[in-house]
Design a protein around this ligand. Structure first.
Ligand code: UDP
Ligand code: MG
Length: 138
């Protein structure tokens, strides 16, 4: 492991029709799509995915948002995937995101920041396994 990360294109970015543009940025940056699908998470499933944030003040808002519409979930492969993908998406708050990052271009607020990227190799595996079976990876 160490060569994969997990991403979600979040509801407002999918709704705005930015899926294709964001995937283009991802592929142009050297990531290979191992697995991908469109899903609409239940509140329960979104709550489970973000369980690490359970005690944070924004947790309930985050669950409502992430279960509010369909999202694109994907596993991406590249050398140094987790770290390089975090660089590509930019800071959590789009106001702090560097020029040229996906969040700088597509995020609309700190909460609605267009895209998720795993923060460690360990969490990339947990998050990928949460959404995909081995038969869905190519
Ligand atoms: N979030 C929020 N308010 C905050 C911090 C985070 O609404 O003060 C949301 C935002 O959508 C973020 C997600 O919760 O992407 C998860 O937060 P995390 O700190 O893990 O940021 P990320 O890893 O996504 O950059
Ligand atoms: Mg995070």
């Amino acid at each position: 492991m160490g060569n994969i990360t997990f991403t979600m294109i979040k509801p407002e970015a999918v709704e705005a029709g930015n899926t294709g543009a964001i995937l283009k940025r991802i592929e142009e940056s050297g990531f290979r799509i191992v697995a991908m699908k469109k899903v609409h998470l239940s509140e329960e499933k979104a709550g489970k995915f973000y369980e690490v944030h359970k005690e944070r003040p924004f947790y309930s808002e985050l669950i409502e948002y992430m279960s509010g519409g369909p999202i694109i979930v994907a596993i991406l492969e590249k050398e140094n995937a987790v770290s390089d993908f975090r660089t590509l998406i930019g800071a959590t708050n789009p106001e702090d995101a560097a020029n040229g990052t996906i969040r700088k271009e597509f995020a609309t607020s700190l909460a609605m920041n267009a895209i998720h990227g795993s923060d460690s190799d360990e969490n990339a595996k947990i998050e990928a396994d949460f959404h995909f079976s081995n038969q869905e990876r190519f």
